[in-house]
Write a protein that binds this ligand. Structure first.
Ligand SMILES: Cc1ncc(COP(=O)(O)O)c(C=O)c1O
Length: 387
């Protein structure tokens, strides 16, 4: 029995949606940017409505309710005690990545990360005029692991920071405790600060996996780690611009705070209200969401295996973003090829690797089905040589 409606949803055209505006007035289904089409949990909507009905929207400190909700959530959901004072707020994880690059590297120093990767991991060092080392993950039939030899070979004395994405966008891995321990050992060996982006941590699809926050790996992380989190992906609240950074070490936190100075004001009051409500009251909605996402992902896998066998779907442990290896189709411009057949996907080149596309399946099952039908037309055209 489902309590929430994940099928009949408001029309997002003409609402300023970045996802939908890209294809305004064109018959292209937007299956790209990581933003789901679902309405927020009614419990979150109710909290927002209550806040709106107050009618006064002045500068707002992080509310005690939001701060306490995060501490409780970290302890109860992720088994990790954090202090209220460890939390800093940013209007997004992307600004936090940029601030981290600036705070922890001087000019001439830089960041190491693994590709494919969520594009701002690649742009943040560049925007902040820091160096970037990107090292390919090892890809074995779509299953990705760290390539420790390549990481050791490529690291330089100027590298100061490791950008980790866990769970990983776009390859969908939930890194195991062993893998995370290796990450920590690598960072320790090379005196790197570990910046762990865990924004997808409550979107675990695989029954065999659970999220392990970097903070739980080793006390080393408490001294040398920065954890980035937000309710925005899980609860579909990206437009409310509310995320947070957990830094337990005083000196690191001071350094991060110093690099934040003057960049933005306090966050908006609605963001804090939604954040508190999501962590306090959003659990039953989240559980149903995961069921919808699991079914959607299973449909992608089955449809692809049965009708588009040259496309390989990475085994996805988390997120609502399927990573498809389309190298066998030999498309010159994959994004345009699929757009011409009515589906808007992200191109692998944005993530640092050509020959792949990313499909956002955070949408009603009926829309996913139509997108797959259109992808099959694009697939048949590609196989026939019509590119
Ligand atoms: C790994 C990762 N980090 C951060 C973000 C976006 O963060 P924000 O919207 O809070 O800047 C995304 C969005 O897709 C993401 O996948």
């Amino acid at each position: 029995m489902s309590t929430y409606d994940f099928e009949n949803l408001p029309n997002r055209s003409n609402t300023g949606s970045i996802k939908w505006d890209r294809y305004a007035d064109r018959d292209i289904l937007p299956m790209w940017v990581a933003d789901m089409d679902f309405r927020a949990a009614p419990e979150v909507e109710a909290a927002l409505q209550e806040r709106v009905s107050h009618g006064v929207f002045g500068y707002t400190n992080p509310t005690a309710e939001a701060v306490q909700a995060i501490c409780r959530y970290m302890s109860e959901v992720h088994g990790c005690h954090i202090e209220e004072t460890w939390i800093l707020w940013t209007p997004g994880i992307v600004p936090a990545l940029n601030i981290a690059a600036r705070a922890f590297c001087n000019q001439g120093q830089g960041v190491i990360t693994t590709v494919p990767i969520y594009p701002p991991f690649l742009t943040a060092p560049r925007y902040q005029e820091r160096k970037l080392l990107s090292v390919a993950l090892h890809n074995s039939a779509g299953f990705y692991t760290f390539d420790w030899d390549a990481l050791e070979r490529n690291i330089t004395a100027e590298t100061r920071v490791f950008f980790l994405c866990n769970p990983h966008n776009p390859v969908g891995r939930v890194w195991s405790r062993d893998e995370l321990t290796q990450v920590v050992q690598f960072c320790d060996r090379h005196q790197l600060i570990l910046v762990s982006d865990e924004i997808h941590c409550d979107l675990i699809l695989s029954a065999d996996h659970e999220h392990c926050t970097a903070l739980k790996i080793d006390d080393w992380v408490k001294k040398n780690g920065v954890t980035l989190m937000a309710p925005s992906k899980t609860y579909n609240l990206c437009g409310l611009a509310c995320s947070f950074v957990i830094i337990s070490d005083d000196a690191l936190r001071r350094s991060f705070r110093r690099s934040m100075r003057g960049l933005f004001n306090e966050l908006n009051c609605l963001g804090y209200a939604a954040c508190a409500a999501a962590y306090q009251h959003g659990e039953s909605w989240r559980r149903e969401l995961l069921q919808v996402l699991r079914r959607n992902y299973a449909e992608i896998v089955q449809f692809t295996e049965e009708t588009m066998p040259l496309i390989k779907v990475s085994p996805l442990q988390a997120t609502y973003l399927a990573w498809l290896d389309i190298r066998a189709l030999k498309l010159h411009h994959p994004r345009t090829h699929f757009e011409r057949r009515g589906v808007g996907l992200n191109d692998g080149t944005e993530f640092g690797v050509p020959g792949f596309v990313r499909l956002n399946f955070g949408c009603p099952p009926s829309r996913l089905r139509e997108a797959l039908r259109r992808m099959k037309i694009a697939y048949d055209d590609a196989v026939r040589g019509d590119k």
